[in-house]
Design a protein around this ligand. Structure first.
Ligand code: CAA
Length: 533
């Protein structure tokens, strides 16, 4: 290190007094990464790419080999995509020293980043050991995604040098780092880690130690919600994923993302959130626990919501809906606002007859579906409720911003009175007229708004609690999870009053207090104020 900052008195390892020095990134040359799992190997790669020397440490040779193989594969992929030359890859690898000798490897480290399994006993033991063997001026960071950093630091004699440095999967790609201070972390360490994050090409967001920090507190309950939707037969796994990608413009559907993150990690985050905040929002879906019990953790174990061991592209291997015959005649019950006018034109253009009222000849009855209301009521108002399918468009400019005026996604909504076979007919019609469609049961919010609005509510609660600003919340979700827009920007686009109404309908239908609009959201809706102006 170029700047000597000593957190321990001479002859001892740990601080009694703090200096006001902030270490510049150039002063952090040697980094030890402990734990070469999914995150640790990515972090080691990232740090080595920045020109620093990395000690990559695992508990035994088997795990070390696995971690290094993952790291090699990631670099090889970058070479094969023309993003890295062979020589550059070799230079990066030459800076990484794989080892199982922890004490020797951390002895000279300027910074230690811990990424071992999420068990508080293991982390506290490790940090107590690091306290003994690291240099007095070394910084100790944890990449924990779910545990209390204060508790981890509490196992050390010198907690002022302990902080969180939370990366996002895949670590070399996602641009966010959450820099987390406990009440004991020195401000200089916090500043140093923020500067280092920028030097690694990341954007740091500085937060205090609270369960889930920003991203996991918003992301993981949303992922859990998606599992509840799957488990309660609201939709297929493919349609739940498509609702998020085509309806919200997210880079991955929630079930695919769970497989990437690891189901065990998601469960651990939920349990921490549940312990800290209580309530119903964080109760893990039973299916998540069952998959974890079965050791189906996602990509890393070969199978989670999708099967990665079958040949071909696993995420694409899901079954499509059964597609029935295209109906020859469709009844379109058009509302005053004529939200189905464009649909009528498309159906007619496909050579299918469109009538205003159903008769014995009619194969399918379409009504406009409103996420605040049951389609069932509209179905019962027709003479043919068993033939009714609701259609709800997620339009470009609302969530997704395709900008071409085309509807981004059509939710085909089936009330429980709908006859068997109607879903197949509706899917056939959608395919014929080129609609990007998902099929949902008739529950308020359907798929897209149920998933999104519950998360928006969580985001407002986080702001209401004074934990993070709207700008930081949006930036965190954009850079940490690849959101095209942050949740509060999307909330503004959807209209706070509209979001409140859908949440109230979700609450009324389920009785689940998790969907009660948080007071600040209700206030903004009443006052007509936007969160991001
Ligand atoms: N390691 C290294 N690089 C990777 C990678 C990996 N595992 N996966 C993808 N990449 C790189 C690719 O090489 C490619 O790089 P170039 O552009 O330089 O060629 C780039 O990422 C894009 O990859 P692809 O074109 O293959 O795929 P994509 O466009 O579909 O993007 C993705 C993949 C970046 C993962 C994107 O789908 C995405 O952003 N998904 C959301 C991921 C997310 O939400 N992460 C946060 C999870 S929460 C978390 O991690 C915190 C926690 O504590 C649980």
């Amino acid at each position: 290190m170029s700047v000597a900052v000593c957190y321990a008195p001479a002859g001892r390892k740990g601080p009694t007094t703090m200096t006001s020095n902030v270490i510049q990134p150039v002063g952090i040359r040697q980094v030890a990464v402990i734990g070469l799992g999914l995150m640790g190997s990515g972090i080691a790669e990232l740090v080595a790419r920045s020109g620093r020397r990395v000690d990559a440490i695992e508990v035994d040779q088997g795990f070390l080999d696995q971690g290094m193989a993952r790291l090699h594969a990631s670099l090889d992929r970058a070479v094969s995509r023309g993003k890295l030359t062979d020589a550059a890859r070799d230079e990066i690898l030459a800076r990484i020293r794989p080892t199982v000798d922890l004490a020797a490897a951390v002895a000279d480290a300027d910074l230690v980043i811990e990424a071992i399994p999420e068990r508080i006993d293991l982390k506290r033991t490790l940090f107590a050991q690091l306290d003994e063997v690291c240099r007095a001026n070394a910084i100790l960071a944890t990449n924990t995604s779910s545990l209390s950093i204060t508790e981890i630091a509490g196992g050390t004699r010198y907690p002022a040098r302990v902080a969180g440095l939370h990366f996002f999967n895949p670590a070399p790609v996602m641009k966010l780092v959450e820099v987390i201070s406990t009440v004991l972390t020195s401000p200089e360490i916090d500043e140093t880690l923020a500067l280092l994050s920028r030097d690694l090409g990341k954007t740091p967001i500085r937060v205090s130690d609270r369960a889930g920090f920003i991203v996991n507190a918003l992301l993981v309950p949303y992922l859990n919600h998606a599992i509840w939707l799957l488990e309660t037969a609201q939709a297929t796994r493919e349609d739940i994923d498509k609702a998020a990608t085509a309806g919200l413009g997210l880079p991955m559907g929630p079930l695919t993302l769970l497989d990437l993150i690891g189901l065990d990690t998601a469960l651990a985050v939920l349990e921490t959130l549940q312990a800290e905040f209580g309530g119903t929002r964080y109760v893990p879906a039973p299916l998540l626990r069952k998959l974890c019990d079965a050791r189906l953790f996602g990509r890393k174990s070969g199978r989670g919501f999708y099967d990665y061991q079958r040949p071909g592209s696993p995420a694409a291997a899901g079954k499509d809906h059964e597609v029935g015959p295209v109906p020859a005649e469709v009844a379109l019950i058009r509302e005053q606002d004529d939200s189905l006018g464009e649909l009528a034109g498309r159906i007619t253009a496909a050579g299918i007859s469109v009538v205003p009222h159903p008769s014995g000849q009619t194969g399918l009855v379409i009504v406009a579906a409103d996420p605040k209301q049951r389609v069932l009521d509209a179905a019962m108002a027709t003479a043919h409720p068993a033939d009714v399918v609701g259609v709800h468009f997620i339009r470009a400019g609302n969530f997704i911003r395709a900008g071409n005026g085309e509807p981004g996604l059509a939710e085909l909504v089936l009330p429980d009175v709908t006859a068997a076979g109607m879903a197949a007919k509706a899917a056939a019609l959608a395919a014929r007229i080129g609609l990007n469609a998902v099929i949902s049961r008739d529950r308020p919010g359907f798929l897209v708004e149920a998933l999104a609005y519950a998360q928006f509510n969580d985001a407002v609660r986080m702001f209401q609690d004074g934990y993070a600003s709207p700008a930081d919340i949006d930036t965190a979700m954009m850079l940490g999870c690849g959101y095209p827009h942050g949740p509060l920007q999307m909330l503004d686009d959807a209209g706070p009053a509209n979001v409140v109404s859908v949440l109230e309908a979700m609450h009324a239908a389920t009785g689940d207090p998790a969907y009660t609009p948080v007071p600040l959201l209700a206030e903004y809706a009443t006052a007509g104020i936007r969160f991001r102006s």
